[in-house]
Design a protein around this ligand. Structure first.
Ligand SMILES: C[S@@+](CC[C@H](N)C(=O)[O-])C[C@H]1O[C@@H](n2cnc3c(N)ncnc32)[C@H](O)[C@@H]1O
Length: 847
């Protein structure tokens, strides 16, 4: 048997199982073959789902045939609408238009598409389309404009047709003469008949049809559960869902449509892998979807900002800003869809159209992922070494789900031990400014650095319906996966990748990510979440939670240990440490020795640390009390001297108590309890954008007891003259922002050499401490000088310990010792700023 005949026979056989006779199958099959340019794979897919749909549809039309003829009104069969293609898509249209035009009644589906296409081209109802065109028109010059089209929802069993206000889809604006460009929806059937189907529409019909086919079963099932017809998923112009509820009559007496559907499902319930919804979901689904309209270029990936736009009672997300200057885009994202099902399945679909390369072939998925990951790492300064595109797309899904569900946020809050009330308290501060309305909010930050809290209930009033799979494009890549933590939480293990080649088109790509089930704590896991800003430099990861685009991430090189700049006089050699400055006879843990060793000499013969790693209460109190007022004044202050001013009068420094830790020359164990700061950070910290507008801040994700070591201030060790040089050269306040003087010893010498007057500058190189904000009163941290490598106090470590018990999620702050009344900005290593510490005794309040 010739291959074609075999295929026809197989199709007929498949339909026969549903009780549909061959003579009814063949004409429809012919029609589909014509429509799909003999691409059998599209017909055979999903166990001939397209074919079955059309047959059922046809039967339904036949049942209603009398009615239609009487009305002389072409019945609008609510299969998905289509969009007009943009120029580059046109070039690859292969379908023959003449056929579709000459046989308008052969397939209801075609007729419906034809009607809408022609309508959108020739009618003019600007009042419908104008505001929407303006709102959703893509920012890329080359991109297709979007034209909204109202679709009538028709209940076939009842007339007249009802226009559902929400059934609005957006079609790419066709390239027409100016007179015909402002288009909308005709209601006039006569006018529809006169209109032509434009040249490039057949392949779109194929595309729409393909999308429709995977949703039409759910569409029919709606009838069973009497779900009110609602809205089609708008997908930046691509048709996605059927637009109306249909009353489905029995296909045959012995095979009602319900039974056919049941048979379809029973036959094999493995719905297409790219369709994450299941049978029971179909009953529950609420047919609403949220859509981001066409993004202008691939870098739109990083565009996380959106505002919700109300339209006909529904809310859509609209990107806040596109970069209009992205003239260097090699391709466009013509469509960006994201939707979820009530069961927590989220699907992202990104369709990219390349510039018409005829030599396009399907690359390997691994190669594709590697290339994108490398590009992203390079271009967007992502600091996560294990960055993965799939992970990023999962996070997209998570965040979408979090925005769409109250429970997800709630669960997340519980998972991080943060009472929901606490979040609300914070948000109330911003109530007026940022339009906070709800009880649980998702924070997102504005470009100004402020955090905006968005009422996620308001963003998606109903859970979006799963989007149907798009058949458009040469490469159809579907990635559905659950990464490890999702497996753990959801108890579900699934990771699947699939690459499909659609022979119908050679020059566009459609990348889709589907994640099954939602993770209950996706709240923090979204695109601008950096797993570890230390890039592996610390023993622990320090995450960064960002509400802005990756471009706004802090730019510095993370270092975990101070680096000596050129001229700074810092000598770490063993020879510099005398026997009196180390415990050369100890072993094990010095803290457990009955007689404190020489290393305790600095702290009055008693170690500053307790076993367990906390600073002793007495010592801590002394350190805190010493941080209040300036205690000594240098004869010739290095800070003033470096500025070559006439007067080098010192403005005062704090007297400090030092801790001395055991070090390399000591014979005790590396695990000796008197070695704490040198082992680095062990607390679970996070860099975050402060809601008060202080910029980035540091917080702890775990409760910390009083006296706990948090981190040291790490940066470049520079001299005071070097700092002055840098300040002169820097355009902004950068050096003034991240410098700390190591001035504890400045009072000991009459003439301190420049190379002995040192600063830690964390502007270009630094650690988490550079994010610690100032608090005038009751700061959570105190800075204590710690001697490690050198007995010489010109250089020492500046370590932060908790001054009090600090709750999880509480910001870590430190009193910079700024005199807000001193207007000599050069005097302070950190320039005075408008203090937003919010403490009861804020010194900066009157400025
Ligand atoms: C060492 S940095 C702290 C991290 C900084 N917020 C950031 O985003 O990188 C010091 C700078 O943070 C800001 N800052 C710190 N504490 C502040 C406060 N209480 N009020 C307002 N701004 C503050 C000031 O701009 C200051 O110059």
């Amino acid at each position: 048997m010739p291959p074609n005949k075999r295929k026809v026979a197989a199709a007929c056989k498949a339909m026969k199982r549903f009780g549909i006779p061959e003579d009814e199958v063949k004409p429809v099959l012919n029609e589909l073959l014509e429509l799909y340019n003999n691409t059998w794979t599209l017909i055979e897919e999903d166990r001939y789902k397209v074919l079955l749909d059309v047959l059922l549809e046809k039967k339904r039309e036949e049942d209603k045939g009398v009615n239609s003829e009487q009305n002389d009104e072409p019945e609008v069969v609510e299969l998905p609408t289509k969009r007009l293609r943009s120029r580059h898509q046109k070039e690859h249209t292969s379908a023959r238009v003449a056929n579709s035009r000459s046989q308008p009644k052969r397939a209801s589906v075609r007729r419906a598409h034809q009607d809408e296409t022609t309508e959108s081209q020739t009618c003019s109802e600007p009042e419908d389309s104008e505001p929407l065109v303006r709102r959703f028109s893509p920012r890329c010059q080359e991109g297709p404009a979007l034209v909204p089209v109202e679709i009538s929802s028709v209940d076939i069993s009842n007339s007249p047709p009802v226009t559902t206000p929400s059934t609005r889809v957006y079609l790419d604006k066709p390239e027409l003469s100016s007179s015909s460009q402002s288009c909308s929806v005709p209601r006039d059937s006569e006018r529809r008949k006169r209109q032509k189907w434009p040249e490039d529409e057949t392949s779109q019909l194929h595309h729409c049809y393909k999308r429709a086919k995977s949703s039409s079963l759910s569409f029919l099932e709606k009838e069973k559960t009497s779900v009110t017809p609602q809205v089609a998923l708008n997908s930046g112009g691509t048709c996605i869902e059927p637009l109306a509820m249909l009353k489905v009559g029995p296909y045959m007496d012995h095979t009602p449509v319900e039974n056919v559907l049941e048979m379809y499902h029973n036959n094999s319930l493995d719905l297409p892998r790219d369709e994450p919804f299941t049978d029971d979901q179909l009953h529950n689904e609420v047919p609403l979807a949220m859509v981001l309209p066409a993004l202008p270029c691939v870098s739109g990936f990083s565009n996380g900002k959106s505002t919700d736009v109300e339209e006909d009672g529904l809310k859509f997300l609209e990107p806040e800003s596109f970069n209009e200057d992205k003239g260097d885009c090699v391709s466009e994202v013509s469509q960006f869809d994201i939707a979820s099902s009530p069961k927590g399945e989220v699907k992202i679909s990104l369709t990219c159209n390349s510039s018409g390369r005829s030599d396009f072939h399907v690359p390997s998925l691994d190669a594709f992922l590697k290339m994108v990951e490398e590009r992203i790492l390079k271009s967007y300064r992502i600091t996560e070494p294990n960055f993965s595109l799939l992970k990023l797309m999962t996070e997209f899904c998570d965040f979408f789900w979090a925005l769409g569900t109250a429970s997800a946020v709630d669960e997340h809050l519980r998972s991080i031990n943060l009472p929901a009330r606490k979040i609300s308290d914070t948000e109330e501060i911003h109530d007026d400014k940022y339009g906070y309305e709800g009880n649980y909010c998702i924070p997102s930050s504005l470009s100004s650095g402020l955090v905006r809290f968005q009422n996620h209930f308001g963003v998606i009033p109903q859970i979006p319906k799963p989007i149907a799979l798009s058949g458009l494009g040469g490469l159809h890549c579907i990635a559905g996966f659950n990464i490890k933590y999702i497996e753990n939480i959801c108890g579900e293990s699934e990771r699947r990748l699939k690459v499909l080649k659609d022979p119908h088109s050679s020059n566009s790509c459609n990348v889709e990510a589907v994640r099954k089930r939602h993770c209950p704590f996706p709240f923090l896991k979204y695109s601008d979440y950096v797993d570890d800003i230390t890039e592996g430099e610390e023993k622990v990861k320090v995450s960064l939670l960002n509400g802005r685009s990756p471009e706004d991430l802090p730019t510095f090189k993370y270092i975990s240990h101070n680096l000596v700049h050129d001229k700074a006089f810092v000598n770490f050699s063993l020879a510099h440490i005398s026997d009196e400055d180390c415990c050369s006879h100890c072993f094990g843990d010095c803290l457990s020795s009955p007689i404190p060793c020489t290393c305790a000499r600095e702290t009055g013969g008693e170690f500053a640390y307790m076993t367990g790693g906390l600073v002793k209460e007495k010592f801590l109190k002394e350190c805190i009390s010493m941080n209040l007022d300036a205690d000594f004044y240098c004869q010739k202050c290095p800070l003033e001297r470096s500025k070559n001013k006439e007067s080098d009068k010192c403005k005062g420094h704090l007297l400090r108590r030092f801790i001395k830790e055991c070090w390399f020359k000591c014979r005790c164990s590396k695990k000796c309890g008197n070695r704490l700061v040198q082992h680095g950070i062990s607390a679970n910290l996070q860099v975050f954008l402060t809601p008060e507008g202080k910029g980035w801040g540091l917080r702890t994700l775990e409760e910390l007891p009083r006296g706990a070591f948090v981190c040291e201030y790490v940066g470049e060790i520079i001299t005071s003259s070097e700092l002055h040089e840098r300040n002169l050269q820097s355009s902004g306040n950068e050096n003034h922002t991240y410098s700390v003087p190591l001035d504890a010893n400045w009072g000991t010498k009459r003439h301190l050499k420049d190379e002995e007057a040192l600063y830690l500058n964390a502007t270009a190189y630094g650690n988490v401490a550079r994010f610690i904000n100032h608090r005038c009163h009751d700061a959570t941290l105190v800075a204590i000088p710690v001697e490690v490598e050198t007995p010489n106090r010109h250089y020492y470590h500046l370590a932060f310990f908790t001054r009090m018990k600090v709750e999880a999620m509480e910001e870590l702050t430190w009193d910079y010792g700024i005199d807000f009344d001193d207007h000599d900005h050069d005097h302070h290593p950190v320039n005075p700023f408008e203090c937003l510490c919010g403490s009861q005794f804020c010194r900066g309040l009157n400025h």
